[in-house]
Design a protein around this ligand. Structure first.
Ligand code: HEM
Length: 430
């Protein structure tokens, strides 16, 4: 077996992280799916991990860090700690996933300049979508034999392409590349999207695709989930900055941050439409091997929810937060929220008259966007899952139906807006 020879010779040489033979290893994982990789290869990777995980003074070099993270993701099932975050390789993508992002409460009182971080996230989102579309096109033209099971029809591929471009368009416009997608010819659009390629981030992007099975649609599933994780991480940043602005009584920056966050979430709607093109039979096949990995473990989503408003005790002690204990601990430790910061600012006379109304309007609009997201998600899950339980050990869609109307904020009166009635998955509106 080629990869065993390559790994053994790498190990017996300098075993330099920069020259690790990632791609033969990746090819083997892709040939059978992560769930079915042979124990011999996993044992060898485990041995390599032990070697590269030895004590280092200070932070490991970037190449060593990437290799460790990749091996942790590749070996999650072998280790018995497979979950949503390792399934999506969030660490490899450098998205917040549990321990390595800035803890709450360390704000220095200033509103951080958002532009750099927003651009980075826009770029990552575009690259994730572009990569998903590139795979669709390559598979459709026979240029790749990766994940060969249940290939979609050319019509479905064309629809995916349209929806993917629509999902990436707002980010492209912010990056000043709106013109790039004017030409709707698929290959031209992909070339334009590829212009956003970040050479330093390319290996990480490739290494973050480790499907559990060989079903074509799992590629799309993983990339859409990763794109949403990128988005949620951005919302967390915007909400933290909103809290800082509210505490200082700065209505305009608080409202602007909330408005930006709400627009992001709404503009990402086509990602759900894109995922709704997944073939339910293909989904049900590969999800047999994703048991234990569910977005109920999404730390960014729960942080986002809890930064809006501290969850009530029953929710905090339910599986929703038991699966993200780090977030639950932060709430117990008194993590601030927009809801509470708004109340305090009004009570303390920092937000009066038009300023208070400006922020309240932005809060309502953001709440609309979140409630819409939850409704669409519930509808999509119903279509794909039917009455089956979730991979996060809830009863499935009844859980989602129960949590979809939890209030986002309680400090402002809120009638969910009419915009909540459109359905990006193309199903029947409620
Ligand atoms: C085929 C598509 C999908 C299906 C069938 C589905 C199904 C489910 C189910 C059944 C749950 C309940 C927990 C469990 O037992 O697993 C759940 C939770 C969740 N899903 Fe999805 N989901 C889908 C797509 C997505 C996407 C694209 C995202 C975006 C990241 C997402 C984010 C979430 C989040 C954040 C939760 C936790 C909600 C909460 O605890 O309040 N899901 N999903």
């Amino acid at each position: 077996m080629r990869f065993v020879r390559e790994l053994t010779s790498w190990l017996s040489g300098a075993a330099d992280a920069d020259t690790f033979p990632y791609f033969p290893v990746l090819a083997e994982f892709h040939r059978v799916g992560k769930h079915f990789v042979e124990k011999e290869l996993l044992a060898l990777l485990d041995k390599i991990r032990a070697q590269v995980s030895g004590p280092t003074a200070g932070r490991p070099a970037p190449a060593v860090g990437l290799l460790r993270d990749f091996l942790d993701v590749a070996l999650d099932k072998w280790d018995g700690r497979y979950d949503y975050r390792s399934y999506l390789a969030l660490r490899v993508l450098r998205l917040p996933c549990g321990v390595d992002d800035r803890p709450d409460g360390e704000d220095d009182g200033s509103v951080a300049q958002p532009d750099g971080a927003r651009r980075d996230r826009d770029r990552l989102l575009v690259r994730l979508v572009a990569d998903a579309l590139a795979f669709e096109l390559a598979a459709g033209s026979g240029a790749t034999d990766l994940l060969p099971e249940d290939r979609p029809s050319p019509e479905v591929v064309a629809k995916r392409h349209r929806l993917g471009v629509r999902a990436a368009s707002p980010a492209l416009a912010r990056l000043g590349l709106a013109g790039a997608v004017h030409d709707r010819e698929p290959a031209a659009v992909l070339r334009a999207l590829a212009a956003e390629r970040d050479p330093a981030g390319e290996p990480a992007l490739r290494l973050s695709m480790l499907p559990v099975y060989v079903s074509h649609d799992e590629y799309l599933f993983i990339r859409v989930l990763q794109a949403y994780e990128c988005l949620f991480a951005g919302l967390v940043e915007e909400l933290r900055a909103t809290i800082v602005a509210l505490r200082a009584g700065h209505a305009r920056p608080a409202a602007d941050r909330l408005a930006y966050a709400g627009e992001q979430l709404t503009a990402a709607g086509p990602l759900f439409s894109l995922l709704a093109t997944m073939q339910p039979t293909a989904f049900r096949t590969f999800r047999q091997y994703t048991e234990g990995a569910s977005a109920i473990q999404s730390r960014s989503y729960k942080l986002m929810e809890a930064l809006c408003r501290a969850p009530e005790g029953t929710r905090l002690e339910s599986p929703a937060y038991q699966q993200v204990p780090e977030v639950r601990d932060r709430v117990h430790a008194g993590q601030p929220s927009v809801d509470e910061a708004f109340r305090a600012a009004v009570r303390g006379g920092l937000l009066i008259g038009a300023d208070g109304e400006l922020v309240a309007r932005a809060m309502r609009a953001f709440a609309d966007a979140v409630l819409q997201w939850r409704r669409t998600h519930h509808r999509l899950a119903t279509r794909m899952l039917g009455p089956r339980p979730g991979t996060g050990y809830t009863e499935g869609t009844p859980y989602l139906a129960a949590v979809r109307s939890i209030p986002v904020f309680t400090s402002v009166a809120h009638e969910p807006g009419r915009s909540a009635r459109t359905d990006p998955t193309g199903g029947t509106p409620e």
